[in-house]
Design a protein around this ligand. Structure first.
Ligand SMILES: Cc1cc2nc3c(=O)[nH]c(=O)nc-3n(C[C@H](O)[C@H](O)[C@H](O)COP(=O)(O)OP(=O)(O)OC[C@H]3O[C@@H](n4cnc5c(N)ncnc54)[C@H](O)[C@@H]3O)c2cc1C
Length: 433
């Protein structure tokens, strides 16, 4: 590191010498880092956020923006392995593993596959439901109390089925949600078509989750940054942290341009990149990137009233006052940065089977993002044993928007010694042994 600093321009080198000293450094300015920073700053901690690129510019940007306790069922479900094997050779399949030499990915997939049994599936619902439902309440409070302009609405979420057998199977598999206070309504095809006139005829049935909500992710992260700053947080973009090291009682984070930051405590919220970041500390995080795609349009004339998932096509449809988005797909292919045409086309094709107006009049953006996936579908939250002052808020997988508010609150509770808003044990890094 000293060699790196000596190569820096004079002003940066001077800055590096005058090392910044903060109370808490948050590395990563996605929805999770910003939610943590805001909650910590509001609790009186001195926070500095360091973001490599633009705030909310990675996975937190082009996602579907749904806030869904309804998604408390884990991804590792009975029958999932068979389905995934069947999809392996279909380039437009909704769940795809691209065969490649990647020992970490294969170890991850084996652990994931081992969880696809009924008992583990049911047991895994509670901690996911707790985080999602708590987040729903906290986020609604924040939007209301701080007047966040982010297109937030809480008018439910609909799973649409065109296949009767798939519908009845889903009715059964969603029963356990009720035990966790998540309301599930069953609509027949006629009711679904009446409730959602944007749907083409031929709906076999739908599940309606009235407690779900949605927002426009890009606007939400911008608003989180605004209130975090109002609450006293310092936020810097364009700062890539390349090394972390223990420094006396605290931590030092060293940036690619040689700048050095020191803080009493360090909170990593760097999404799918966290696993690489902590390797130098001798830590292994079971997080792999799960790539998803979206296409954003101007709003068509007829849009669904609530966000939908077209289940057989695995396409999520979200409409806001200022836009319309198709999203989804899960691809395990490492950090492959190609925008694959087959995956994007599958979104539009899937939407066309079910919606009168599957696309908007103007296409604004084709996008992909890497979800930070753990094999047990839960994020890793809390302290790192043996590394005093190091905290993690990573691995939110498919639910980072919907879990962000509770994550910020829980980390703040733990870092300030308050009673935790929910039991933190299920999310601890120690569960991986
Ligand atoms: C297609 C798709 C649809 C989705 N839909 C939904 C949905 O409807 N609802 C939902 O809840 N979730 C959804 N998700 C998941 C959600 O987007 C993620 O869980 C969430 O964005 C993760 O947030 P994060 O802050 O952990 O990661 P990120 O947003 O990726 O943020 C991590 C940040 O860390 C920064 N960083 C990394 N390395 C460094 C470094 N060395 N130095 C400094 N900064 C660094 C990155 O630049 C990045 O900005 C979807 C995801 C996809 C792909």
């Amino acid at each position: 590191m000293p060699a790196r600093i000596s190569r820096c321009p004079r002003s940066i080198a001077a800055d590096a010498v005058a090392e910044r000293r903060d109370d808490v450094l948050v590395v990563g300015g996605g929805v999770v880092g910003l939610a943590c920073a805001q909650a910590l700053a509001a609790a009186g901690r001195g926070v500095r956020v360091l973001e490599r690129d633009h705030l909310g510019g990675a996975t937190s940007r082009g996602n579907c923006g749904t806030l869904t306790p309804s998604h408390a069922l884990p991804l590792a479900a009975p029958g999932m392995v068979g389905k995934a094997l069947g999809w392996m050779l279909k380039p437009d399949a909704p769940f795809l593993v691209r065969p490649r030499f990647d020992p970490a990915l294969w170890a991850w997939l084996l652990r994931f596959a081992a969880r696809c049994d009924a008992r583990t599936f049911v047991a895994a619902i509670a901690p996911k439901a707790a985080l999602l439902s708590t987040s729903q309440v906290l986020l609604a409070d924040l939007v209301e109390s701080r007047k966040l302009d982010c297109g937030y609405r809480r008018d439910g979420f609909v799973y649409v089925f065109r296949d009767a057998r798939a519908f009845h199977a889903a009715v059964d598999s969603h029963v356990p949600l009720r035990e966790h206070g998540i309301v599930v309504e069953q609509w027949d095809g006629a009711r679904a078509e009446a409730e959602e006139p944007a749907l083409k005829p031929g709906v076999a049935g739908a599940l309606f989750f009235p407690g779900d909500g949605h927002l426009r992710p890009e606007r939400y992260t911008a608003e989180l940054a605004r209130i975090a700053r109002e609450d006293g947080a310092a936020i810097e973009e364009g700062v890539e942290i390349v090394a972390l090291e223990r420094d006396g009682e605290g931590w030092r984070a060293i940036a690619a341009n040689g700048r050095r930051f020191h803080a009493r405590e360090l909170l990593l919220a760097s999404g799918p990149w966290a696993a690489r970041m902590v390797r130098g500390l001798g830590l292994r995080l079971p997080i792999v990137p799960g790539k998803g795609y979206s296409i954003t349009y101007d709003r068509p004339a007829i849009t669904p009233r609530r966000p939908l998932v077209l289940k057989e096509q695995s396409v999520c449809v979200t409409a806001w006052d200022d836009g319309f988005r198709l999203g989804s797909t899960m691809e395990f292919a490492g950090f492959d940065a190609r925008l694959t045409r087959a995956r994007l086309d599958a979104l539009e094709r899937g939407a066309a089977t079910a919606l009168h107006e599957p696309v908007g009049p103007v296409k604004r953006e084709e996008w992909f993002g890497w979800r930070p996936m753990t094999w047990d579908d839960l994020p890793i939250l809390g302290a790192v044993p043996g590394h005093r002052g190091l905290w993690l808020a990573v691995g939110h997988g498919m639910m980072g928007m919907g879990m962000s508010a509770a994550t910020g609150r829980l980390l703040t509770d733990l870092m300030t010694g308050r009673a935790p808003v929910i039991d933190a044990a299920p999310y601890a890094i120690t569960r991986f042994g």
